[in-house]
Design a protein around this ligand. Structure first.
Ligand code: HEC
Ligand code: HEC
Length: 190
């Protein structure tokens, strides 16, 4: 049996704590096998077709690892994902993150009129989320993400249901109308 096992060694900075996460022997093939449990919602190749479920393709490895751990510990509260993540070992999480991160980015489209309005407001987001919204390290890719999902997360930060110091600060002064146009713009780029 042909088995491709790629040994990669990646050192990722863990936010501002300075602790290093070593991802050694990350196995994309093992990640792809595990992803059979995820495709029902997150789609083939991490491309979702439903605004309830985020695309996972091309998200930074560290962001994916952080979120899966946050669901597992309950720090990010979502019963469905908590159930999914509770069965995953650290190794499973790393392999899934490396697999999804390596998939090509997709664009979800979005209302074009709203997207034009959102474009003008997006500069304040791209300092952290990458110049093209591509994400980096702990900062998620926003480009191409499902607009309805982006909007739901922005509302969730505003309500404090999803915790993140920087994002809770950011959304404080953003109206729901602006959130909609930002989500439409970010979802339409790739
Ligand atoms: C039954 C549907 C379902 C299945 C199966 C599922 N997920 Fe999810 N996933 C969700 C939903 C819904 C969310 C959004 C949760 C929220 O709103 O906070 C989500 C969010 C996520 C996120 C956060 C994405 C982001 O941009 O922050 C990651 C990472 C994730 N899922 C990974 C996985 C992996 C890996 C698997 C398979 C082991 C999986 N999911 C299986 C429904 C599912
Ligand atoms: C100071 C840095 C910073 C700025 C500026 C910023 N963000 Fe974020 N954002 C973050 C971090 C960090 C996270 C990840 C939070 C976590 O780990 O749960 C995040 C997460 C998000 C998420 C969740 C994505 C997902 O896949 O679940 C959305 C949506 C988002 N940001 C939108 C925006 C928008 C829109 C703006 C501009 C109005 C913005 N951000 C500005 C730091 C920032």
């Amino acid at each position: 049996m042909f088995k491709l096992k790629k040994i990669v060694s990646v050192f990722l900075l863990m936010g501002c704590t300075g602790a290093a996460l070593s991802v050694s022997a990350a196995d994309k093939v093992a990640g792809e096998q595990l992803s059979a449990n995820c495709v029902g919602c997150h789609g083939q190749k991490g491309q979702s077709s439903n605004g309830q479920w985020p695309n996972l393709a091309a998200q930074p490895v560290l962001y994916l690892v952080n979120q899966l751990n946050a669901f597992k510990s309950g720090q990010r509260n979502n019963p469905v994902m908590q159930a999914m993540a509770s069965n995953l070992t650290d190794e499973n999480i790393t392999n899934l993150a490396v697999y999804y991160s390596g998939l090509p980015a997709v664009s979800s489209g979005g209302d074009q009129t709203l997207a034009k309005l959102g474009k003008d407001k997006s500069a304040m987001c791209l300092g952290c989320h990458g110049g093209a919204g591509e994400g980096n390290g702990q900062f998620p890719r926003l480009a191409g993400q499902q607009p309805d999902y982006l909007l739901s997360q922005l509302i969730s930060f505003k309500l404090g249901a999803r915790k993140s110091g920087p994002m809770q600060m950011m959304v404080k002064n953003i109206s729901e109308e602006d959130m909609k146009s930002l989500a439409a713009y970010l979802g339409s780029i790739k």
